[in-house]
Design a protein around this ligand. Sequence first.
Ligand code: NAP
Length: 342
Amino acid sequence: MKAYYLIKNGSSKTAFELKDLHLNEPKDDEVTIETEVFGLNFADVMARLGYYKACPPLPAVIGYDVVGRIINKGKNVKNLEIGQRVTALTRFGGYATHVNTNQSGVVLIKEDTDAGIATALATQYSTAYFAAEYSMNLQKNEHVLIQAAAGGVGTALVQLAKRKGCIIYGTAGSEEKLEYLKKQGVDFPINYRKQDFYEYIKAERGEMSIDAIFDSIGGNYVKKGLKLLAPGGRLAMYGAAQIAGNSDNKSIVRQLKTLFGFGKYRPTQFFANSQALIGVNMLQIADYKPYILKKCMTAVVDLYNNKEINPTIGKTFKASELAEAHDFLQKRKSIGKIVIQW
Ligand SMILES: NC(=O)c1ccc[n+]([C@@H]2O[C@H](COP(=O)([O-])OP(=O)(O)OC[C@H]3O[C@@H](n4cnc5c(N)ncnc54)[C@H](OP(=O)(O)O)[C@@H]3O)[C@@H](O)[C@H]2O)c1
């Protein structure tokens, strides 16, 4: 058994080391999975850079999603059997050939399901599903703004919002990503490196005109987004990617800029406009509402099996190319899901 350990914050070139893994027996509610692939998530970049508070102390095995086969299980595990092929949301531990994880984040997949696609379904699609269905309750014909729409969670949100019959404004940072968004059916793709998304939507529809906003960038993006929110509108915040930047060094200045960029809000303004500012954190859902995590994961696997959603695999790297894969994601080159193959 092997795992890539995060041994040092900073550059991806010195951050990870492949070492032997000593895995305990699974706990009562856990299964042990022998992995085929694991997925990258932007939270991994945040953990590598030292911004992620939930990351275990180093050296640590990070990683949120794997696809593989169950090889052992605890005594309370129901409806999952040794030998079955599964996708799993892991609470860290994913950058490994073997991982123990709670049964609530484990869902069966078909033998012929592409492993990369299945790993996208675990964290990114279940997060998007929870945000779109539980937090935001998207409705037909609502105007929806999705930030970083060409990314992993972004693509999932676009597909789930399309499925609901929403009109989508999607932002992305390159012309290649804009072409991708058009193909995904985004009605108004916006290159936010060339055009301010707030000015674009204000000119198109005016302020207070968007029903649902999904924000993973944080800071002033949330502040500007709230000005676009219609009465009855909801803004879900589920990330703060702008803290990361291009640098391998942690920056207090960028952290403070993001923090102050949010601005100040009064509870009465949400009451007066019948609006909601909603936080989404799947780790909290996994810990406190595991049955909801299971429902979200089961729902996205079913939607994929019914051909109602279709994750995009932007690029697959070999495990030995983990450093390059991290750089690719941090430098905003990726589209859809980044997959790591053992
Ligand atoms: N709260 C939760 O439970 C939860 C769960 C999963 C993911 N997330 C969050 O959701 C977001 C998306 O995750 P993901 O794994 O799907 O990643 P991703 O969207 O595939 O990649 C991140 C994207 O963010 C955009 N971005 C904007 N500003 C950036 C900056 N300053 N530095 C780097 N990237 C920037 C880039 O797209 P452009 O070039 O198009 O701008 C980049 O490709 C992340 O913020 C992540 O932390 C939260």
